[in-house]
Design a protein around this ligand. Structure first.
Ligand code: DHB
Ligand code: MG
Length: 216
């Protein structure tokens, strides 16, 4: 630990949550309905959504790429941080998740700012043009995170914002015998991004750990 760091505890997390603007009723309802539809409750926290909105506003993002739509929660949250005419292209492999997300995106206040692209990140990201985005959020299968990061390097502009979910591997980062099969892939990715020289990045300890980076 660096000097003058305060170890972040569960109490700090609760305190941060209590000092973040509450989630709006629409997104709260989306989560209830997604759970009722059998979609896993692995969306980002309101605190992480707020951080991501602040970063998107700071870099004046208009074009965002997301890998892993799930129920559409993060796509809607990010789209709300964009100016009129902004766009989130979000990639989703599961038709069930894409169907749900499209229904809720259509009902949202940012329906005109979000496109759902069906397929795997490995297939869809190569169809996006070079330097066609200002920011990217990676939150899909962890085994392919390095591939998604390489595609992000190509598809975002210099100075673009990179955000990657689950740096803490679902809370199992330091477990000797992690039960989640994706934990080794997260550890591997954490080494990969931290050694990349084209991006300055840091893990922000919100949610399950969120990499935040800027492309040089
Ligand atoms: C899982 C995936 C996520 O992206 C996340 O934020 C939490 C959990 C999972 O695959 O279990
Ligand atoms: Mg995630």
């Amino acid at each position: 630990m660096s000097e003058s760091s305060t170890p972040v505890t569960a109490e700090h997390f609760r305190y941060i949550a209590a000092h973040t603007q509450p989630e709006d009723p629409f997104l709260a309802e989306l989560k209830r309905e997604a759970s009722a539809a059998g979609i896993p409750a692995i969306w980002i926290s309101p605190e992480q959504a707020s951080l991501m909105q602040i970063l998107l506003k700071l870099c004046k993002a208009r074009e965002v790429i997301e890998v892993g739509t799930l129920a559409g929660y993060s796509a809607i949250a990010m789209a709300r941080a964009l100016p009129d005419g902004g766009r989130v292209r979000t990639v989703e492999l599961s038709d069930k998740h894409a169907d749900f997300a499209e229904r809720w995106i259509a009902r949202s206040d940012v329906a005109d700012r979000i496109e759902v692209h069906r397929g795997s990140g490995a297939d869809v990201l190569p169809t996006f043009a070079d330097a066609s985005a200002d920011a990217a959020f990676l939150d899909a299968d962890k085994e392919n995170y390095a591939l998604y990061l390489d595609q992000t390097r190509r598809t975002i502009r210099p100075g673009g914002l990179i955000m990657v979910d689950n740096a803490f591997a679902f809370g199992q980062l330091f477990d000797e015998h992690p039960t989640d099969p994706e934990t080794p892939a997260v550890r591997c990715f954490n080494e990969y991004i931290s050694q990349a020289t084209w991006v300055q990045s840091i893990i922000v300890p919100l949610g399950d750990g969120c990499w935040v980076g800027v492309k040089s």
